[in-house]
Design a binder for this molecule. Sequence first.
Ligand SMILES: [Fe+2]
Length: 220
Amino acid sequence: MNDLLNFRELSTRGWTAVDASAARIGLAQAVEQLAGTLGRPVPLRGRRLVQELRPTPSERAHPRSLSMLFGEGAFPLHIDTAHWPVPCRYVVMACASADGHAARTSLLPIGRLTLTRDEQSMLHTTVFRVRSGRHSFFATVASRERSFIRFDPGCMEPTCSSGPHVMSLLSSNRWASSLEEIDWEPGVIVVVDNWRVLHGRDAAAGIESESRTLLRVLVQ
Ligand SMILES: [Fe+2]
């Protein structure tokens, strides 16, 4: 599996895709193998390393998840684990099932954004409260002291009047023509550099939960 991973593309574009449909091992095993070559796979909220993601109505979702906030609607652009002191470096996602109209995943590499100097400054100076239970903290989206972006409308609350504007700066509406879309097919694995590429999901309403199953492994 590892020889299929295009490290150069991952490094230059911020994400890369692998077709594992012909692999002789199971998809979960392939995802775990790939994740292991990138770093240390880590569980989220004590769950298994390989998580299954399906469209989930709000009432059945985990209390601190995007599904709880947005249900089967579109997920805003975000990074995963924005509530960790240092977010995970890579997110490995794989399509276990898709019925032809599975909600697409959108990707937005931060380095391609054309922001004004004022807008860039706001990313560095506007403070958000990052909800993480007893370990909540305050943080900006960007900082010269770190190389990762921290952004997730699901767990970051504005603390001042410029907060909502910063949220809209990184919304999918604003960058609709720059989004790179993943049309999921069974067996496709996508590796995303979570430090510099935002991701979101199209609305999944009306899609049977079993018809759109992604596997995900977080890598530190
Ligand atoms: Fe995510």
